[in-house]
Design a binder for this molecule. Structure first.
Ligand code: SAM
Length: 516
């Protein structure tokens, strides 16, 4: 190989770009896996480990290439360009066949990892003639790692929030394509004539697929998303935190986050009455109420029915969710424009961090969050979190949380009850049947009223009739009654949920959701 001064420099720039693309491909696949397969911590861990393992294999396989390393590297980039571009579309397509989804996403991660793993060894060997080993290795690795930082920043602040899982892969595909194309034209003189024609054809093929994919990507993803729901999708947005979907059927609406139902107009009224009115009716002249989660605005709608309430602070992680509750005509009608009431302050942030960082006191705290399916959301069902709530409540204050299903996931329900108690609360579990959710439950905690007294007091209360459609005194009496465990679960071994020892998500996932 003749010594060409731009050869070595071009390879390093190429590695910077592929370092960027490689790390973003890991994040895209991990996010896709979290979305389709659930539990983001497990999916990120599995995908990153699988890809690193596959990169090791790729590195080993690179030994088999002895000649034409530049042509091999350029071909590799074209293949990678094709695969990363279409990773998302393939995942959406295959999600129509749930049994294959995991196999295909993990399979794609392995193949992409294999190809990425071949990049560095090939480039180091090509650069061998230009730099002594210690400089060569450090230069190449340095560029690759620097590219990774830029990739991470790109994914966190531009890819995920603005381009989403539909278009971020197209940017990645373009990076790999640009590397291949640019090296091809710049270093043509180093390629054998037999390779020139094949690589030209490859570039045309990849470019044509890329363009076609980009043109149809929105439609394909929308079609894939629609297939996941029984009803007509009327709103679909991938946000920084979750995928928000609204569907409609015969004038009834459903809201889903990451494919999990959050509310249905068929039974959201009894749900929100049950989470709000037992607590609010029991509090004497409540003034300050904190709602954590509840970005749909329906719990706010119920709290606003109490004239003594002066301030409602709603802390929801996702600005897109609170925006939807305020501005989408369907959601705004469901919550009766509650989020725009002057007594309501909306803050977008993590509920846990909010409590840890603020000193305010409240008469009541309502926790209306997605189910504790993973360690991340499980933080907001932990003893430590409930201790923070305890600190922020006035002496007569009450805390209530949605607690999943006491039938489908009885151990999880009991675990939340125990975690309340561990944080110092006396507890009052209650439950009812909801049309779309099945048997559902809540845990209410008081700082100073013992359980028996709470039962008596809640059973005696004359709930203001004009406030509610369904909830009243007899509903409350019914909700506080539990028979024996239907499935004869042994609850004696259930442990509270701690940050350092998360138990709840396992109880939740072990639930009998197949009966749901
Ligand atoms: N009723 C629901 C259920 O049964 O699952 C909960 C509905 S509510 C829409 C859940 C809200 O919690 C969403 O708007 C979501 O953005 C918000 N959320 C999720 N994680 C959060 C966190 N760490 N802090 C605050 N809000 C969060």
């Amino acid at each position: 190989m003749t010594k060409d001064p731009i050869f070595s420099r071009s390879l390093k720039i190429a590695l910077f770009a592929t370092g960027l693309s490689g790390i973003v491909a890991e994040y895209v696949l991990s996010t896709l896996a979290s979305y389709f397969l659930g539990d983001s911590v497990i999916q990120f861990t599995l995908i990153v480990s699988l890809m690193l393992f596959a990169m090791g294999l790729g590195s080993r396989i690179s030994r088999r290439f002895d000649e034409d390393l530049l042509a091999t590297f350029i071909s590799l980039e074209y293949i990678l360009s094709f695969l990363v571009t279409f990773a998302s579309l393939i995942a959406y397509g295959i999600s129509l066949f749930p049994a294959l989804t995991a196999v295909v996403i993990y399979g794609l991660s392995i193949v992409i990892g294999l190809l990425i793993g071949m990049e560095i060894p090939l480039v180091i060997r090509m650069n061998d003639a230009y730099e002594e080993l210690k400089v060569n290795v450090s230069n190449i690795m340095e560029n690759d790692y620097y590219g990774s930082l830029l990739g991470g920043i790109f994914f966190a602040f531009i890819g995920r929030p603005y381009l989403g899982l539909t278009y971020t892969p197209f940017v990645l595909g373009m990076v790999n394509f640009a590397v291949a194309f640019w090296l091809f034209y710049l270093l043509k003189g180093h390629l054998k004539s037999g390779h020139l024609k094949k690589l030209r054809l490859a570039s045309l093929f990849v470019m044509a697929c890329w363009g076609l994919g980009l043109w149809k990507a929105g439609d394909i993803i929308a079609y894939g998303e629609q297939q996941r729901y029984a009803d007509r999708v009327i709103f679909d947005q991938q946000t920084n935190y979750q995928r928000i979907v609204m569907t409609e059927n015969k004038g009834e609406y459903w809201l889903f986050l990451n494919g999990n139902q959050q509310l249905s107009t068929l039974d959201e009224v009894p749900y929100h009455e049950a989470i709000v009115h037992p607590m609010l009716s029991q509090l004497k002249q409540p003034k300050d109420i904190l709602i954590l989660g509840g970005g749909d605005g329906c719990a706010v709608r119920e709290v606003l029915k109490y004239p003594s309430v002066q301030n409602i602070t709603l802390v929801d992680l996702d600005p897109a969710m609170t925006e939807l509750a305020m501005e989408h005509p369907v959601m705004a009608e469901i919550n009766q424009n509650a989020m725009k009431d002057p007594r309501v302050t909306v803050i977008n942030g993590d509920g846990y961090t909010f409590l840890a960082d603020h000193q305010n006191y409240y008469d009541g705290i309502i926790v209306d969050l997605p189910d504790p399916k993973n360690v991340d959301i499980g933080r907001l069902y932990s003893v430590e979190f409930y201790k923070l709530c305890y600190k922020h409540l006035r002496p007569d204050g009450l805390l209530v949380t949605q607690a999943g299903s006491p039938y489908y996931a009885e151990k999880a329900f009991h675990c939340i009850d125990l975690s309340f108690q561990q944080a110092g609360f006396n507890t009052l579990p209650y439950h009812t049947h909801l049309i779309t959710l099945g048997e559902w439950g809540w845990i209410l905690g008081s700082k100073n009223i013992p359980q028996e007294k709470m039962k008596e007091a809640f059973g005696r209360l004359d709930y203001p009739d004009e406030h509610t459609h369904w909830f009243n005194q007899s509903a409350m009496l019914m909700m506080m009654a539990f028979g024996k465990s239907v499935f004869k679960e042994d609850l004696s071994q259930v442990k509270p949920n701690y940050l350092h020892h998360p138990t709840l998500y396992k109880y939740y996932l072990d639930g009998r959701w197949e009966l749901y």
